[in-house]
Write a protein that binds this ligand. Structure first.
Ligand code: PEP
Length: 246
């Protein structure tokens, strides 16, 4: 089964628009049940998006901490769980870049979210184009997964390979090289913790036009979609492709 995750980032600007988008995604998810569809809206819309979905799953774009406490502005794992969130994106390059998140900080969040039973979508990726990004990406993974072992509900880990230069640029990676990096990631995780069945998604300027070239490769288990997930008809076609190639 291929996974398709909609990362709305800091969009849209109104609840009305969020509900409309969620309704459309739910319609496509329910018509294409061979694809696993996740919507990650801004925190402020989570409860309302939940009302619109039954087939599509709810995801969060980030998290901080396990329980409540003196952390102004933070949303914790207990709150997400009690809101019906099943997936948490951690370590997105925009969190690393604009919010100064380090591998050490990301590692704490990944460890806590796995322990809490969430499906964790851990994002990694190289800033500039590289002929072989595997070493860079695997170093990031080693740091982000420090101390995590096969005992830590590791089957709930999903890795999103997102070359930063490809995010939001309209310049997607070459599907063949994305598939090679995905394979290297799986091998690395296997070496780190003896688990070979990790899902690896590709993210970076995925559209309805290029999705098939990525997910037709069996090393790529789905896609993380930013910009195109805000376009209801385009995202519908992305879900349909994932269903057909699932
Ligand atoms: C993302 O936000 O993770 C992403 C891949 O964005 P886009 O699809 O817009 O490149």
């Amino acid at each position: 089964m291929k996974t398709v995750i909609a990362n709305w980032k800091s969009n849209p600007n109104s609840l009305r628009e969020a509900a409309r988008l969620a309704k459309s995604i739910e319609k496509h998810a329910s018509l294409n049940r061979k694809a696993e569809v996740v919507i990650a809206p801004p925190f402020i819309y989570l409860s309302d998006v939940k009302k619109e979905v039954s087939t599509a799953k709810l995801g969060a774009q980030d998290v901080f901490g396990n329980e409540g406490g003196a952390y102004t502005g933070a949303i914790n794992l207990a709150q997400l769980k009690n809101t019906g969130v099943k997936y948490v994106i951690i370590g997105h390059s925009e969190r690393r870049r604009y919010f100064g998140e380090t591998d050490e900080f990301i590692n704490k969040k990944v460890t806590a979210a796995l322990a809490y039973g969430f499906k964790v979508v851990l994002c990694v990726g190289n800033k500039e184009k590289m002929s072989d990004p595997s070493n860079f990406v695997n170093k990031q993974l080693t740091a982000d997964l420090k101390g995590v072992s096969s005992k830590d509900k590791i089957r709930n880990l999903i890795v999103a390979y997102e070359p930063i230069w490809a995010i939001g640029t309209g310049n997607a990676d070459n599907p063949q090289s994305a598939a090679e990096v995905s394979l290297r990631i799986k091998e690395h995780i296997n070496k780190l913790m003896g688990v070979g069945k990790i899902k690896v998604l590709y993210g970076g300027s995925v559209t309805d036009k290029n999705i098939r070239s990525f997910i037709s490769r069996n090393k790529i288990d789905g896609v993380l979609v930013g910009g195109a997930s805000l376009n209801p008809s385009m995202f519908g076609r992305i879900i349909k492709a994932a269903n057909e190639l699932g």
